[in-house]
Write a protein that binds this ligand. Sequence first.
Ligand SMILES: [Zn+2]
Length: 283
Amino acid sequence: MAKKAKMTWSGFSLQPRKEMPQGVWIQCPQCKETLFRKKVKENREVCLHCAYHFRIDAKTRISQLADEGSFEEFDAMLTTSDPLNFHFRGTTYAERAAQDREKTGSIEAIRTGRAFIRGRRVILAVMDPSYLMGSMGEVVGEKFCRAVDAAMEKNLPFICVSCSGGARMHEGVISVQQMAKTSAALARLDEAKGLFISVLSDPTTGGVSASFAMLGDVIIAEPKALIGFAGPRVIKQTINVDLPEGFQTSEFLLEHGFVDMIVDRRELRGEIARLIDYFGKGY
Ligand SMILES: [Zn+2]
């Protein structure tokens, strides 16, 4: 049976095609080279030939960024109240969430906590694309805001790695409300002269791109990530113009001033540590 297209509000076609496939050997979707999976894993899930960045879950991302064993998770068991009692195509929201929980071991689409990055204390938030496409609902918003509060309270840098299909339509307007809620939390952090480094990975779209992901004091993107609010088809239908090639990639956004730098995943940890020191926030 053909896989159902994943539903999004923003009009992106987000298939799970870029996740690391299982097996000893894998094929790079970009350069088509056959790769030894273990070697790719050692290379931070980046292709050894063409530097294609595979999509990674929150657990893997945390293991790549945080000093070994330093991550202490906040609010790990916070779960949605399913405010709309939502169902779609014969499946309830609760059932879909339970499936992803079982498949991925993730309770929600974001993990937050405190950690060290190369010896610097940080508050870290990492979105999880393996859980309901990293979509933002009430729990993502709440965990994000609590993490921002922790960063303010302890005067620590706040680092967030986004990877999301946008607002979670299963929660209706409550998911959209999280855009304002997370943005307000970041405004308070800004007033308190806190540091927010936002890392955008593939994909950062919809309500997440239109709220906290683009509010970093420094915005870093991974190479060739899809970053944008609405999908090309939706934009074309709305404003009726042809869109330039590659207009929603990291490279295009860097050229047009929407992101500050593109950093290869293998350099990300060092670059974040360097920025923390540059802003005088290393403790
Ligand atoms: Zn490749």
